[in-house]
Ligand binder design. Sequence first.
Ligand code: TRP
Ligand code: SF4
Length: 329
Amino acid sequence: MSKGTILSGMRPTGKLHMGHMSVLENWVKMQSEYNCYFMVADWHALSTEYSDPTGIREKTVDMVIDWLTVGIDPEQSVIFVQSDIKEHAELHLLFSMITPLSWLERVPTYKEQLIQLGEQGKDINTYGFLGYPLLQAADILVYKATAVPVGEDQLPHLELTREVARRFNHLFGTKVFPEPKSIVGKVSLLPGVDGRKMSKSYGNFINIAAATDEVSTQVRAMITDPARIHKTDPGHPDVCTVHTYHTLYNKGDVGNIAESCRAGSVGCVACKKALAEKLEGFLLPMREKRAQLERNPGYIDELLAEGAKKARAVASDVMAEVRTTMKMV
Ligand code: TRP
Ligand code: SF4
């Protein structure tokens, strides 16, 4: 049986943080099981950042470097930038002809984000923002992807993608498009250093590419058991962010650490120091890989050009089929 096809994408946000690791690890695993397309969604970024698109290219390069350092393999998977493949735009346009307006208006994230981003002073009352989930459907279907790894928040977009595929097939009496299933990855268990969700906007993140001193600064800033004032006070590891990190990145020692914490025999400073060392060991190989990639400017450009070539080959065949189906040729 032929392998299924996966397409997934991320907006170019620059360097990624450790909260992104669970999604990326998922992508890495899928590489051997599927034909994978990993896309930098730069047009999607414009739907909310149109008034200031500076830095999108730099952010793209920084993000793709992180993809490579965690193990996305350009030999195995196709890594490309959305705007390099104009077929996405053509399919988006054709889909816009057959998609009832109400389908887009009822996407739950639409009204929510309109309000949320509006409060941040962003006016996204635009045609492009409303049509954004349809562009996403085009991203996916232009490769006839059969599965899409996404977060919970993207499920309504995937539902719309399936509806659009179904409507297209029904209207034109074909089976051009599969109805891709969503694969919901496990959510990141890693909190930010302040215990809230790790997020760029909270400043509570540790970048995958963080330097040694950035790692130790962020670990020192971590929230511990607030009831623990003296080193000899018995601590409560279950309410401590440092402990959560030990659970994930120091599996061998976490039992001992929790016990010593409860017994008041280890201080938070030493406990944090041990964690910083573990994180350092985990991040070092990726940091070194980044340094190596950065020594070779132009490599990422080449890689993306190569990825675009492979993506285009597939997307243009699918579009030829779509044009024939829609009597456009
Ligand atoms: N909408 C996704 C996000 O904001 C990014 C994205 C664009 C995407 N096109 C996609 C994800 C296609 C999966 C499949 O995170
Ligand atoms: Fe947290 Fe470690 Fe301090 Fe216990 S000793 S409260 S686990 S930092």
